[in-house]
Design a protein around this ligand. Structure first.
Ligand code: FES
Length: 103
């Protein structure tokens, strides 16, 4: 069974913004694209660089170091130089609370 854990509230991550959280020692990035909350690993799969410094483009997250984009729904790496997909996690929103499952 998947355990959802509360990591933030909707107030923490406004539309168009990202918010860093830590869950079980893992650095997770929450992203709000037009009211949809996504959760993914914070670090780019290309190099050790925080995607929190990147930019949201539709349902994609673009790394600001070398420009690779990742699909926030699937984690798929859309552009080189990143070749490895990004880990994405199930998200649940209840009332004002954001829950993420990494298990
Ligand atoms: S570190 Fe993200 S694309 Fe290079």
């Amino acid at each position: 069974m998947t355990d959802f854990i509360q990591v933030a509230t909707l107030d923490d991550v406004a539309p168009g913004k990202m918010f860093r959280v830590e869950l079980d020692g893992r650095r997770i990035l929450l992203a709000n694209t037009n009211g949809t909350i996504y959760a993914c690993d914070e670090m780019c799969t290309h190099e050790d660089f925080s995607l929190a410094l990147g930019a949201l483009q539709g349902d994609c997250l673009k790394c600001s170091l070398h420009g690779s984009r990742f699909d926030l729904k699937t984690g798929k790496a859309l552009d080189e130089p990143a070749e490895e997909d990004l880990a994405v996690y199930p998200v649940k929103v209840e009332d004002n609370s954001i829950f993420v499952a990494i298990g």
